[in-house]
Design a binder for this molecule. Structure first.
Ligand code: SF4
Length: 390
């Protein structure tokens, strides 16, 4: 397909004529400029992404045939955390009236609600390495545990017994910790967030990009279906975003375990260091989603969060997953952003929706799961590996 493009920033002197070849999902393979062909890694993807998303000719970017989502309950095991990210409205200090460590009874209650309304996933997301915070260990020992990982593993097993597949995000982990959690999780996650060194992560040892990359790589070596992603608008540069996505792509090409990449827009939270920063706009998100779609292999889903940004235009730019949607629990990280109902979600998406499990179909088919979750997983999945519909 040949398209005229007169963007001055592609070439300040000569109107450019671009030959863009795309596959059926709108992912560019090559860009030709006159007789010169450019592999996409060697061009500034921003220009291409911007142009594609702002072009009046939508024939180059096609919405996906359907978008996927899962139904979950959000279980914030603790909001105590060793880090202090500049954008975080979730973390609480020990002694704060809202500081908490959920008890097994509280966890069981959330899981039961999820089972009753037909969820398939228990999403365990919480503060990182809370044991390192003074005053936390007595709380944990009060529940009979000396390690958050051991407590999490037991809560995952509780979830499996009750009928929800666990997906855990405990922060950076060592190999032995990942091994311990692998058997009782359908999938796991850790946001890369950014490869950049940013002010918002100053003093947060768990946000060192090298440590996060190491955890994601180790999960790959252990063949754990994995979710990662980037935060957009937390002080990173455009180059950081491109490098972050390329880093994820390179890890996936080595290990094959990245099932989805979340492109999450920043929303300022009151009382945080970044409360006066502007929220990330739709144009930046369209550019970033488009760039991610160009760079990532097709078997990696691009996810946007429908409670944080309207997904319709982003699905046209290459997103194809709407993440875990909870009708029973709030998004504890973004409590001000309510989940759409499933009826609203269908209207916002503008494409058919298909429910998946917390583990993507290709990993169900490849049997990347443990004996501990096999029975539950098989009872919830259809022949293709999506959520079974009754
Ligand atoms: S964003 Fe996560 S890691 Fe950072 S302070 Fe909040 S809970 Fe901790």
């Amino acid at each position: 397909m040949t398209l005229e493009c007169e963007r001055w920033d592609l070439n300040p002197r000569t109107p450019a004529r671009l030959d863009l070849k795309s596959n059926s999902f709108g992912r560019l393979d090559t860009l030709a400029w006159g007789d010169v062909k450019y592999p996409l890694d060697y061009i500034n993807l921003t220009y291409i992404s911007t142009w594609l998303c702002t072009s009046q000719d939508n024939s180059m970017i096609m919405p996906p045939p359907f978008a996927t989502f899962s139904r979950n309950v959000f279980i914030p095991l603790t909001n105590i955390c060793r880090n202090r990210c500049g954008y975080c409205g979730f973390r609480r200090d020990i002694g704060h009236p809202e500081a908490k460590l959920l008890t097994p009874a509280e966890v069981a209650k959330i899981i039961d609600r999820g089972v009753q309304v037909g969820c398939s996933e228990a999403l365990f997301t919480f503060g990182e390495h809370a044991e390192e915070v003074d005053g936390f260990m007595p709380l944990l020992k009060g529940l009979g545990y000396s390690s958050m990982i051991d407590y999490l593993a037991d809560m995952c097993r509780l979830s499996i017994r009750k009928g929800l597949l666990p997906h855990s995000n405990p922060g950076i982990l060592e190999k032995n910790e990942l091994e311990k959690l692998k058997t009782c999780n359908a999938s796991m996650g850790l946001m890369l967030e950014t490869t950049g060194i940013i002010e918002a992560h100053k003093g947060c040892m768990g946000k060192a990009p090298a440590l996060r990359i190491k955890t994601i790589r180790t999960a790959g070596a252990l063949r754990i279906p994995f979710t990662t992603g980037i935060l957009v608008g937390i002080g990173e540069t455009l180059s950081d975003r491109i490098l972050s996505i390329r880093t994820i792509r390179d890890i996936h090409e080595e290990f094959g375990h990245i099932q989805e990449v979340i492109i999450q827009n920043f929303i300022p939270k009151p009382g945080t260091g970044m409360s006066s920063y502007p929220p990330t706009g739709i144009r930046t998100m369209k550019e970033t989603v488009s760039m991610a779609r160009q760079l990532l292999p097709e078997d990696v889903a691009v996810q946007v969060s429908p409670n944080l940004i309207s997904p319709g235009e982003l699905l046209n730019c290459g997103a194809n997953d709407l993440g875990g949607v909870s009708q029973e629990t709030i998004d504890h990280i973004n409590p001000e952003s309510a989940w759409p109902t499933l009826v609203e979600l269908r209207a916002m998406a503008g494409v058919p929706l298909r429910e998946r499990l917390p583990v993507y179909p290709q990993y169900v088919r490849k049997k990347w799961y443990s004996d501990e979750i096999a029975l539950l997983l098989r009872s919830l999945s259809d022949a293709e590996g999506f959520r079974k519909t009754y």
